[in-house]
Design a protein around this ligand. Structure first.
Ligand code: PEP
Ligand code: MG
Length: 746
């Protein structure tokens, strides 16, 4: 079987090679390909349909159909048999096409006289480019080998398209990667940036598709696979424990040793492809299966296989390792996904980040936020559309990417950036002034941090201190558990950098969305409600003890502020506090200097703690409302779930009334209270929080200026009246009323 197919497709490929090498113009090349294919396959018709835009296919070349219809006949995605092939990405092989489901008669082409139809998608690694069709009068189904041969031609077409082979005078195709593209994604870090694309993993371009010497290609493939196996084994040897990384690597190893995978690629070589084209053909098939797979597990495994093919392609082509290459000016990073460690390596030199996947709560998003780099996630197709060095504008506020923007967009975007820069100047001018409202109330504005990289913002933002230092980031960005001495040194550097300003260290908050790569992941049905934060700390106190010791040593006599995350009831607080007492006793015994002052607080992140006993409120030295978690539990709406996370307004009267109850409880017991969720950094939300009595807010550094600017222009008594009036009037959210009040400000 393979023998015959071998000669079929190899013969055809050999003839195509001359076309590929020729200097002919784009249209001429397409015409030659249709001619050659029809001739080789013994069909009357061969036609190439390519996408004009995302929804429309156009007949770009034909042998056998009416030549007048070229560039005239168009169809929508899903329309007719051709449209169906394009939409589903699947082959249609029909002996009696006119009676096949979805057939559409197009009089201008004169195609009604053709009975059999074979259409294959033209796609490159899952990216749809068009449809290749052969038709004949004789009513017959095409053999598997003929289907294979046509698929190979389609692949050659796709590669040539990638290389711009059909662009030029009387062009059949627009030049790829030259047009402006607008991609709508999701905001993960606000801000705007203009710069040039830097692909984290650049596209591999296969230039030699046809094998000159199949025996040599077999050797190349075998050597590359061996190379791949060794590298996977090395990675496995370097990974420790039963981590997710190990599981992925084991899946890699299984695939790398899979006979089926290798055999399919070898067959591709037998049929005339070069080793890299053979890998890519297999990879395209895997991607097509990935699109169809509904089972999440299967999709993940196919994703592993796809990654493995990428590695193999890189080995074969020597492309893809950007060693030595220089970052462009104002680099904007593009990746499918990226780990926090890799992102930190790029650091502040990046102007923006665009991820094809990603999630708001991912570690990469946390790092991007810490570095204040605009980040757009779920930017579909960005990896296919963008080339290294392309001009790009990232609108992190709207979650939009303008790739290769035209002048109108460039001008509008630059105007927006200039306005933002002006606003920044305004904020800078009040940086050293207090956040005093018109009614004379001073609001304390702190910043949230988690990395050493955040600390310089303490000065530039005008924050009074660090109201929340998320210690888990240091654990998340490493590949193994940090040592006590490392942590102590790091915390000491944080305190040094704060130069006496208060830093509130939150003890380790892992679990839920924050999974340490080197700790056994828990398979929990509802991780946000599961074994996380202080629950882990109390059940497995080893890490907490190590961390407390590191904090005490870092303070080395200086004042120290600690708080525990996710306290849901009084006893969790007393148990955690007891750990601190034990740590102090130990340090004392060892002769270490103790902090001159130690304050211990708790985060209020579950509604239960709002109603904890009075004793708790009297004992705890301060409380910080973790609004991100508190809100998700209050409304029962997962903060990670795009479908529901924006569904309920923070300015909903129920939530504000609930917060007012907490304020009242703290006032009654004289407990210091602050708010450190994301809402503290949104000016309108911050204003309302301040108006209901939350006079200490901790936020992203970039938010300190905008929040202070608004607070200084408002009268909290008036805002409180607006809030209460709206509530009394039966409004669901006080936002419209507050916005009305703000419009009335001069
Ligand atoms: C919160 O829940 O509001 C909070 C500040 O903690 P994190 O976002 O780290 O869960
Ligand atoms: Mg929280």
């Amino acid at each position: 079987m393979v023998e015959r197919a071998e000669s079929e497709s190899r013969k055809l490929l050999g003839r195509l090679r001359d076309t590929m090498a020729s200097q002919a113009a784009g249209q001429e090349r397409l015409d030659q390909i249709t001619h050659l294919t029809a001739d080789s396959m013994g069909t009357e018709v061969c036609s190439i349909y390519l996408f004009r835009d995302d929804e429309t296919l156009e007949l770009c070349a034909t042998q056998g159909l009416n030549p007048e219809s070229v560039h005239q006949t168009r169809m929508k995605l899903g329309e007719g048999l051709v449209g169906r092939v394009a939409r589903t990405g699947k082959v249609i092989n029909a002996a009696d096409a006119p009676s096949a489901k979805g057939f559409r008669y197009m009089p201008e082409t004169g195609e009604e006289i053709y009975s059999s139809f074979l259409g294959v998608p033209i796609q490159r690694l899952g990216e749809k480019l068009g449809v290749l069709v052969v038709q004949s009068k004789e009513a017959r189904e095409f053999s598997a080998d003929e289907v294979y041969a046509l698929e190979v031609v389609a692949m050659v077409l796709a590669e040539m398209t990638e290389l711009g082979a059909f662009v030029g005078e009387g062009a059949a195709l627009r030049a790829r990667h030259t047009q402006p593209v607008l991609i709508r994604g999701v905001t993960a870090q606000e801000g705007t940036a203009e710069g040039h694309i830097w692909l984290h993993e650049p596209r591999v371009v296969v230039t030699n598709l046809v094998a000159d010497d199949p025996a040599r290609e077999h050797v190349r493939l075998t050597e590359a696979v061996e190379n791949l196996r060794v590298s996977v084994d090395q990675l496995l040897a370097g990974a420790s424990g039963d981590t997710e990384q190990v599981q992925v690597l084991e899946a890699y190893r299984m695939f790398a040793n899979s006979k089926g995978w290798l055999r399919r690629m070898e067959e591709n070589i037998d049929r005339g492809l070069s080793a890299e084209a053979a890998v890519e053909k297999e990879q395209s098939d895997v991607r097509a299966r990935m699109l169809q797979a509904t089972d999440a597990y299967l999709r993940e495994r196919l994703q592993d296989l796809d990654d493995l093919s990428n590695r193999l392609l890189r080995i074969l082509t020597g492309q893809g390792h950007q060693t030595g290459a220089e970052l462009p000016e104002n680099p904007i990073l593009v990746a499918r996904n990226i780990g926090p460690g890799e992102l930190l390596e790029y650091g502040r030199q990046l102007r923006g980040i665009i991820l094809e996947e990603g999630s708001v709560g991912s570690h990469a998003a946390i790092v991007a936020r810490a570095l204040a780099i605009p980040l757009v996630i779920n930017a579909k197709r960005i990896q296919n559309e963008a080339l290294n060095g392309d001009h790009v504008m990232v609108d992190g506020d709207q979650g939009v990417v303008h790739l290769r923007p035209d002048d109108t967009v460039v001008n509008a975007f630059r105007d927006k950036m200039a306005m933002q820069a002006k606003a920044q100047e305004r904020y800078a001018s009040i940086r050293d002034k207090p956040a005093v409202t018109l009614c004379g109330k001073t609001i304390r504005l702190d910043m949230n941090a988690g990395l050493m990289a955040d600390l310089p913002s303490l000065e530039s933002s005008g924050a009074e201190g660090v109201g929340l230092f998320r210690t888990e980031l240091q654990f998340l960005v490493r590949s193994q558990m940090p040592k006590r001495t490392e942590l102590a040194a790091l915390y000491a550097r944080v305190l040094d950098a704060a130069k006496g300003k208060r830093v509130v260290f939150r003890t380790l908050d892992i679990g839920s969305d924050k999974v340490l790569p080197y700790m056994q992941a828990q398979d929990e049905p509802n991780p946000a409600l599961g074994w996380r934060a202080i629950r882990v700390g109390l059940d497995k106190p080893g890490v907490m003890r190590m961390q407390l010791q590191a904090l005490l040593r870092a303070a080395n006599g200086r004042p120290l502020s600690l708080m525990f995350p996710f306290i849901a009831q009084y006893e969790e607080y007393t148990a955690a506090r007891a750990e601190v007492d034990k740590a102090i006793a130990r340090e004392k015994k060892l002769g270490h200097t103790l902090p001159e002052k130690l304050e211990i607080g708790a985060m209020l992140e579950t509604p239960s703690l709002a109603y904890a006993c009075k004793k708790f409120y009297e004992e705890v030295e301060f409380l910080s409302i973790g609004g991100n978690d508190l809100k998700q539990f209050f409304f029962a709406a997962d903060r990670e779930n795009e479908r529901v996370r924006r569904r309920y307004d923070t300015l909903n009267v129920s939530f504000l009334s609930f917060l007012e109850d907490i304020v009242a409880r703290c006032a009654a017991t004289n407990t210091r209270l602050s708010f450190c969720g994301e809402d503290a950094g949104r000016p309108v939300e911050a204003l309302c929080l301040a108006a209901i009595g939350l006079h200490s807010l901790s936020m992203r550094p970039a938010s300190v200026g905008p929040v202070k600017h608004l607070l200084r222009r408002c009268n909290l008594d008036d805002v409180r009246t607006v809030i209460h009036d709206a509530r009394d009037a039966g409004e669901q959210s006080v936002r419209p009323a507050v916005m009305e009040y703000l419009r009335g400000l001069s």
